[in-house]
Design a protein around this ligand. Sequence first.
Ligand SMILES: [Zn+2]
Ligand SMILES: [Zn+2]
Length: 146
Amino acid sequence: MKLKENRLEAFIERCRQEGLKITPQRIAVYEILLGSKSHPTVEEIYEEVKKRYPFVSLATVYRTVETLEQVGLAKKVCYWGSSARYDANTDDHHHIICVGCGAIRDIYIDRNLDIPPEVDGFRISGYSVNVYGLCPDCRQKAQPST
Ligand SMILES: [Zn+2]
Ligand SMILES: [Zn+2]
C-alpha cells in the first residue's frame, strides 16, 4: 500500500478534478477509512466522522465514499446484511468473513488460483476470494460454558 500521505494527496487531487470541495469532513472520511481494518459501512464511517465534526451529514459521508470508489481509492467489499462494506486497501487481497458477527479481515493467500485471462467471454481484471468462518470471539461465545 502506498504511503498514507501520498494517498491523501491523491484523494485531494481527485476531489479537485471532480469539482468537489475539499473540506476537513471529506478528508476525515478518507482518513477514517484508511485507518480502519474492519471494512466499515458508510454508517459506521459517519459515526466516527461525527465524533470529530458533529455537524457532518450522512449525505456528505455517502457522497465522499462514492467519490473514493469512483476514483479507485476505495473498494466496495461485499454486502453483509443490507449494507455495503468499504475498504481503502485497494491492493489485491482476499477476505475472511465471520459468519457469526460479520467481521471482515484482510487475508493474503499465497496460493495462486490460476485464473485464466478469459472466462466465459469475460476478460478477467482481478479476483477476490471470500473465506468464511467463525472469528476467535464468536468461537469463544459458541463454546458451552462450563
Ligand atoms: Zn465473529
Ligand atoms: Zn480488505
